[in-house]
Design a protein around this ligand. Structure first.
Ligand SMILES: NC(=O)c1ccc[n+]([C@@H]2O[C@H](COP(=O)([O-])OP(=O)(O)OC[C@H]3O[C@@H](n4cnc5c(N)ncnc54)[C@H](OP(=O)(O)O)[C@@H]3O)[C@@H](O)[C@H]2O)c1
Length: 338
């Protein structure tokens, strides 16, 4: 199996971009994808990357003069010194994983070119009350986060069956622990985890490893890029994509997609604010990139991995192993303030 060529879907931003740069630094030939690679250039990618590696601190949390303090950029000197070059070495290809034609045009071609490691990373999140998010929204979420990844898998397996391979599905801790107002997102990630587990059994006769990597809350533009159904109030809708910046905490907090008129508004607002604040001060995607590198170089990778900071891992442990249902609900409500 060719150990040097890696495909990363959704490499234009967030975890995918950080992993693409890190694995290029580690000597891999990375093919990254975006729905619009023609809109990407070195400066855009560099700014996105450095933004995610910048540490932030929230001062006067939840008070009227709450502010976001920019601290240092946490990056190794070797990567920083060679950053322009590393970014230019990533080979960007167009791919929309919700479009079967787009997937069947690109994946077999890359597989024929010797790619045998796939990071199935592209994805997004939908936010809102289960009662009011339409079935179309639920389908869109599953189409991207589950069927999209499945399309990539189905197009690559015929090639991998010949000489082996490794597929790493980017799932989420949200697929293990219930997050209010993230139901379809969490369900898509739980489904992806189970797909990984069952597929591993079916692929036993072949030399194909399949793994799920489950990050906790990571500092990426995930919430900025989140699919947000129209909020119905000018104050609450803000086009971050235009601005392409997550430095203004207030704007992000106000981008809650649930309208004020909704009976779910108070709890949705608390949940959104908790997630946004945690994400902005959360660990950088570099921890996911390092875990990914470890998995790629493991002889016998496990089926599931978790990637987050200590506090999130401890919370995961507590929620999964120790608590009763009653206590679980109590902790969740306390955590989100709902
Ligand atoms: N950030 C977190 O806290 C976190 C935690 C757990 C899991 N994750 C998972 O990690 C993955 C990456 O998330 P992120 O935080 O890095 O988010 P992000 O910064 O918003 O990146 C999402 C990536 O997915 C691509 N993408 C979106 N729709 C696509 C489509 N239809 N076809 C192909 N590519 C598409 C985007 O590329 P283009 O827009 O250029 O096409 C972009 O590169 C997701 O699967 C997410 O669920 C994130």
């Amino acid at each position: 199996m060719n150990k040097k060529k890696i495909l990363i879907t959704g490499a234009s931003s967030g975890i995918g971009l950080t992993c693409a740069i890190y694995l290029t630094f580690k000597g891999y030939k990375v093919i990254g994808t975006s729905r619009h690679p023609e809109k990407l250039n070195k400066d855009i990618l560099k700014n996105r990357y450095l933004e995610m590696l910048t540490k932030y601190k929230i001062k006067n949390r939840k008070s009227s003069n709450e502010t976001l303090i920019k601290r240092k950029i946490k990056i190794s000197k070797e990567i920083f010194d060679d950053l322009d070059n590393l970014i230019e070495m990533i080979d960007f290809k167009p791919l929309d994983i919700t479009d079967s034609n787009s997937v069947s045009q690109l994946i077999p071609k890359l597989m024929s070119d010797g790619v045998r490691i796939i990071i199935n990373n592209a994805g997004n999140g939908h936010f809102g009350p289960i009662e009011t998010l339409s079935i179309e929204h639920a389908k869109e979420q599953l189409d991207l986060n589950y069927f999209g990844q499945l399309r990539v898998i189905q197009n690559s397996l015929p090639y991998m069956k010949k000489d082996g391979g490794l597929i790493i599905n980017m799932a989420s801790l949200a697929g293990y622990i219930p997050m209010p107002f993230h139901s379809h997102y969490a369900s898509s990630k739980a489904a992806l985890r189970m797909l990984t587990e069952t597929l591993r059994l079916e692929l036993l006769p072949f030399n194909i490893k399949i793994v799920s990597l489950n990050p906790g809350v990571i500092n990426t533009p995930f919430n900025v890029n989140m699919h947000t159904p129209k909020a119905g109030s000018g104050e609450e809708t803000y086009d971050y994509k235009k601005e392409n910046s997550i430095t203004t905490l207030k704007k992000l907090l106000n981008a809650l997609p649930t309208p004020k008129t909704s009976p779910y508004y108070p709890a949705a607002r608390q949940t959104w604010e908790t997630v946004v604040r945690n994400m902005v001060v959360g660990p950088s995607p570099q921890i996911v990139a390092k875990k990914l590198y470890k998995i790629i170089n493991s002889k016998n990778p496990k089926v599931h991995y978790i990637s987050s900071n200590f506090i999130q891992r401890f919370g995961y442990f507590l929620m999964r192993r120790v608590t009763s249902d009653k206590l679980k609900i109590f902790i969740t409500r306390k955590f989100y303030g709902i």
